[in-house]
Design a protein around this ligand. Structure first.
Ligand SMILES: [Zn+2]
Length: 103
């Protein structure tokens, strides 16, 4: 998965299409992300025991990485990413649009 925590992404599919947000969490095994302010769902919860808060709780549901594109911090466009191996062997992400290294 090429998108990481703290990246800013643009949603390209679904009800939040066109919105931007910052990645809060990434789930590599599932290929899913939680993005700030995106894919909000309402949970109606009843108090159960002592931990649960009652009422309607809004919370961000995970969305699949294929539904977002990275907003390139260099050219400020939603972009596809390439990867590039540096001389020291580290791999970095590269914007396919402006060719800048993103990491
Ligand atoms: Zn770029």
């Amino acid at each position: 998965m090429k998108i990481k925590k703290d990246d800013t992404v643009v949603v390209i599919a679904g009800k939040d299409r066109g919105k931007k947000g910052k990645v809060h969490q990434s789930f590599h095994k599932e290929g899913r992300l939680v993005v700030e302010g995106i894919n909000i769902v309402k949970r109606h919860t009843k108090p159960r025991g002592t931990v649960r808060q009652a009422g309607i709780i809004e919370h961000e549901a995970k969305l699949h990485v294929s539904n977002v594109m990275l907003l390139c911090p260099k050219c400020n466009h939603p972009v596809r990413l390439g990867s590039h191996t540096l001389e020291d062997g580290n791999r970095v992400r590269v914007c396919r649009r402006c060719q800048e290294v993103i990491d």
